[in-house]
Design a protein around this ligand. Structure first.
Ligand SMILES: C[C@](O)(CO)[C@H](O)COP(=O)(O)OP(=O)(O)OC[C@H]1O[C@@H](n2ccc(N)nc2=O)[C@H](O)[C@@H]1O
Ligand SMILES: Nc1ncnc2c1ncn2[C@@H]1O[C@H](COP(=O)(O)OP(=O)(O)OP(=O)(O)O)[C@@H](O)[C@H]1O
Length: 310
């Protein structure tokens, strides 16, 4: 016999991401930059558990230090839960528990994954059945990266990064991620890029009028070929992130000398993502980076987006 009783707890998993290509255009009137990015969801996950409650609360579990993350109404997961309640006319709150694997303020979209997972968890817990399109619309209201954390896989993001079109990808890419002791603020990194472009106007490439993801990036993803992808990894935020955290230059050098096909700063940084040929190469690089005193994790991509975990 099937039970129609509402669930008493729902667990949803959503992934972190790497921007394998990020071109940043001009600052718009709304304070956002026009971008074109190729996202890849990777196997570092946020697991969000939602349970019925009278009000809205969030707590974190797991090994990652979350002391700098707010747990009040400004937390992205609480904002996501409130949006679902408002959109669906649901009364009552939710108790959220987030098991965190994605580094905080690391440029890998951890907060965005929390928000994406919470949208689906609350929709499922409350039986509000808002549907994928509506949840994606709510996701875009929460942040530029949130729709991709919801969708997962491989996709091109334009506009703020929230207008997604799926990209074909074959096989599995292997990454080693070098973490940093301190985070970087996303708006500060975008600001540093603008300041640099303004100051060195005569010497550097100006902001593209219409940013695009280059065809060779899409081709490398479609071919599932790490050598091809290594040749075209690019991130316009890498230089400003490195100016704000000069030690990133050493991290990139150590990884590339230790055999990575290529390395790049992920999103607004400071996590550095190294692309390697296969699982064995990933293990070897992880050992080498650890020996050099860096904290290194392995991940593969692409992986699925937000999903209920049974
Ligand atoms: C760096 C990336 O992670 C690359 O995917 C994203 O562009 C940032 O995405 P996010 O963290 O979800 O960003 P949001 O929370 O929406 O925005 C935070 C701040 O980042 C800056 N921002 C973000 C996205 C964008 N296209 N242009 C921007 O200038 C803005 O100052 C904005 O106020
Ligand atoms: N649920 C949340 N998890 C993590 N950070 C959150 C959350 N809610 C709010 N924040 C705040 O958002 C900021 C960005 O955190 P996050 O870990 O998402 O950074 P990020 O991975 O660099 O983001 P992105 O790559 O999307 O720019 C932090 O300063 C943090 O305090």
């Amino acid at each position: 016999m099937t039970s129609l009783a509402a669930p008493t707890r729902v667990r949803v998993r959503a992934p972190g991401k790497i921007n394998v290509y990020l071109s940043v255009g001009a600052l718009q009137d709304d304070g956002y930059h026009d971008v074109a990015t190729a996202y890849q969801a990777v196997s570092l996950y946020e697991d969000v558990t939602a349970e019925p409650a009278d009000d809205f609360s969030v707590r974190f579990t797991g090994p990652i230090d979350t002391s700098a993350v707010p747990t009040d109404g400004s937390n992205l997961a609480i904002r996501a839960a409130r949006l679902v309640a408002e959109a669906a006319g649901h009364r009552g709150g939710v108790r959220l528990t987030i098991d965190k694997q994605v580094p905080v303020a690391g440029g890998m979209g951890g907060g965005s994954a929390d928000a994406a997972a919470t949208l689906l968890a609350c929709d499922t817990l409350w039986g509000t059945a808002l549907g994928r399109d509506e949840l994606l619309r709510l996701a875009a209201r929460l942040g530029a990266d949130v729709p991709f954390a919801f969708a997962g896989g491989t996709a091109v993001g334009t506009g703020r990064g929230d207008e997604l079109s799926p990209a074909l990808a074959k096989g599995e890419f292997h990454w080693v991620l070098a973490l940093s002791d301190s985070g970087l603020s996303t708006p500060a990194v975008y600001r540093a890029l603008d300041e640099h472009r303004e100051r060195y106007r005569a010497d550097i490439r100006p902001a593209p009028t219409t940013p695009v993801v280059e065809a060779n990036v899409l081709q490398a993803l479609r071919a599932g070929d790490p050598d091809l992808l290594a040749d075209c990894l690019h991130n316009d935020l890498q230089a400003p992130a490195m100016r704000l955290q000069p030690a990133l230059a050493t991290t990139l050098e150590v990884g590339e000398k230790a055999g990575a096909l290529a390395g790049l700063v992920s999103g607004s940084g400071p996590t550095v993502a190294f692309l390697v040929a296969d699982r064995d190469a990933a293990l070897e690089l992880q050992v080498e980076l650890s020996a050099a005193g860096l904290v290194a994790l392995r991940a593969t991509g692409p992986v699925h987006g937000a999903r209920v975990v049974h």
